[in-house]
Design a protein around this ligand. Structure first.
Ligand SMILES: Cc1cc2nc3c(=O)[nH]c(=O)nc-3n(C[C@H](O)[C@H](O)[C@H](O)COP(=O)(O)OP(=O)(O)OC[C@H]3O[C@@H](n4cnc5c(N)ncnc54)[C@H](O)[C@@H]3O)c2cc1C
Length: 316
């Protein structure tokens, strides 16, 4: 089959890799300029910072097998066993940032970037999907596929499915996501955060603070700050300038403002599903359509991975 996977995040890339291994002809379409989705790494000059997911844990054998493969290929590594306190649970991260893993998985897969899918339509006559996309230069592109797997966050998935979205279970329409506001800064000198380099929920405003040098992904000082969900939602619609001022009010405990070189704000509207569907993916009862992503098998990296694997197995 010719299968189109929408989304080059972890879920989509693992689905595509396994479908290709099973002998299908696969194309992955993503609106972003790089692979990884919410596993996002950004370069600012010589500095490197993860601005989406920071780390992951392993709870299942199926995911452990994937992670072992990533470690053996040198794209993932153990980071620590706790941030402020050692609690014994291993945290992994990407070797050069979280996108190392996505780049590895995308190798050998036909991934088309800067392709924003706007509609998908199933033609009952030839039993094929027509996928209409907008490219970076605003031109319109069309792909024809026998089957599609959509791994975008659910509100985005529902928007592009059109009338087919009416066939989704109510539970999928009801899944909402917490936003996350993120601040990246480059600094003149490194500051001490903790032995691991990071702190989880260090105060009432931030949910995660990380020194990317101690995390060993940046050769020059850079820090990542994630605002906790309540404050992210409260301030989400403010302008970038207002958000920058607000976030910098809260960073004084972490670095002297005179040491700051650059600061960048990133807004994640669909950062974390508030609840998840009760199956690892969803298959349309009549059409060759599967939905997957972290809203299905747990609101984290592992859930996204397992959901992508489950989606591929529908066609394998
Ligand atoms: C700030 C933040 C911090 C996080 N921290 C952690 C953490 O520390 N540990 C952890 O385990 N998890 C964490 N997560 C969650 C984790 O990142 C996600 O669970 C996981 O990456 C989701 O993968 P996915 O493939 O399901 O979705 P995504 O990575 O979101 O992939 C979906 C892809 O679909 C693409 N897309 C959407 N719409 C379209 C369209 N119309 N056309 C084409 N492409 C489209 C997007 O560009 C995206 O690349 C964090 C998330 C955020 C945002």
């Amino acid at each position: 089959m010719h299968i189109a996977v929408i989304g080059a995040g972890l879920s989509g890339l693992l689905a595509a890799r396994n479908l290709q291994r099973a002998g299908h002809d696969v194309v992955v379409l993503d609106k972003g300029s790089g692979v990884g989705g919410r596993m996002a790494t950004r370069r600012i000059g010589d500095a490197v910072a993860d601005h989406g997911a920071q780390f992951f844990t392993v709870r299942s054998d199926a995911f452990a097998a994937e992670v072992n493969d990533w470690v053996s290929h040198g794209v993932a590594r153990e980071w620590c066993r706790g941030f402020a306190d050692v609690d014994g649970h291993l945290r992994y991260t990407g070797v050069n940032g979280m996108t190392s893993i996505a780049k590895h998985l995308a190798g050998g897969v036909d991934v088309r970037l800067s392709v924003t899918v706007s509609t998908v339509n199933f033609n009952e006559n030839n039993c094929k999907w027509t996928i209409t996309s907008r490219l970076r230069d605003s031109s319109i592109d069309e792909h024809v596929a026998d089957a599609i797997i959509v791994t975008a966050p659910l509100p985005q998935t529902i928007a592009l499915l059109g009338a087919v979205a009416d066939d989704l279970p109510r539970d999928l329409h009801d899944i909402d996501y917490d936003p996350t506001l993120c601040l990246l800064v480059t600094l003149k000198q490194q500051v001490f955060v903790s032995a691991s380099g990071a702190l989880q929920s260090p105060d009432d405003f931030f949910s995660f603070v990380c020194d990317n040098m101690r995390k060993e992904i940046s050769v020059t000082p850079s820090m990542t700050f994630h605002v906790e969900p309540g404050n992210s939602a409260k301030h989400y619609d403010q302008s970038v300038a207002e958000l920058l001022a607000l976030m910098l009010e809260h960073t004084t405990a972490y670095f002297p403002i005179d040491d700051m070189i650059e600061a960048h704000v990133k807004k994640w509207r669909y950062a974390t599903p508030q609840n998840t569907f009760n199956a690892p993916c969803w298959s349309h009862p009549h059409l060759p359509l599967v939905l997957a992503g972290d809203a299905f098998d747990g609101p984290r990296i592992e859930g996204a991975a397992l959901s992508g694997l489950a989606a591929a197995s529908v066609f394998s």
